[in-house]
Design a protein around this ligand. Structure first.
Ligand SMILES: C[S@@+](CC[C@H](N)C(=O)[O-])C[C@H]1O[C@@H](n2cnc3c(N)ncnc32)[C@H](O)[C@@H]1O
Length: 196
């Protein structure tokens, strides 16, 4: 992310599947560590089955390197009511918008307007949870993607690659990390205007 947000006033990330918020916490940490960070970081994420704070605390303990930020997140963690929850950190320079509900449904209803600079696709596996990897969801994400928006996901499943390509993303496999040999990266390139 740092190379992407440098020199930018504002950088917007959309994620499917907030889970424990590890992606958010790691992104926030790199933003804090980067002297050339953008002025404002917006992180928008969806979670259908949010954890309560007590469970989050137990699970976050497995990542002591994120404990400081994880505690700040838990201090502001909202009630588990469906809908939108906005959390501000670091003097409102980091804004987390959480949608508690079904990402596929909410994205297709276009419940918010945004121009995403980066997309993190992080639902459970496409085989077990196809709703988060459907052509409808990819199309909704493309409608929210700024030209040049990048995407990343841990899965390289053929159906995901085909679905993203059909929605207008250029995707390619890349080296993975941890136990994942490969991951998928992508970019949204706006189609040229007719006659251009
Ligand atoms: C692999 S975990 C995400 C990990 C997370 N990104 C992190 O950094 O901690 C996948 C998450 O997707 C959520 N999920 C699954 N289906 C969903 C749906 N239809 N809408 C929203 N969230 C969903 C699950 O409840 C789970 O928390």
């Amino acid at each position: 992310m740092p190379e992407r947000w440098r020199g930018r006033e504002r950088f917007v990330i959309i994620e499917t599947g907030f889970g424990l918020g590890l992606n958010f916490l790691a992104t926030w940490q790199s933003w804090r560590d980067d002297p050339q960070r953008c002025s404002q970081l917006h992180f928008i994420s969806f979670e259908k089955h949010p954890f309560g704070t007590a469970d989050l605390a137990v699970l976050h303990a497995h990542w002591p390197e994120l404990s400081d930020l994880a505690e700040k997140l838990r201090k502001q963690w909202p009630m588990l009511t469906p809908g939108t929850h906005r959390l501000n950190f670091d003097d409102e320079q980091v804004v987390l918008t959480l949608f508690f509900g079904d990402a596929a449904e909410l994205l297709s209803q276009q419940v918010f307007a945004a121009r995403a600079d980066a997309l993190f696709l992080d639902g459970f596996s496409p085989a077990k949870n196809p709703e988060l990897w459907s052509p409808r969801l990819f199309k909704s994400l493309r409608q929210l993607a700024a030209p040049g928006a990048t995407l990343a996901t841990w899965t390289v499943a053929g159906a995901v690659r085909e679905g993203l390509t059909a929605a207008g993303f250029e995707v390619a496999k890349a080296s993975g990390y941890g136990s994942k040999r490969q991951m998928l990266r992508g970019e949204y390139r706006e189609p040229p205007a007719p006659g251009a």
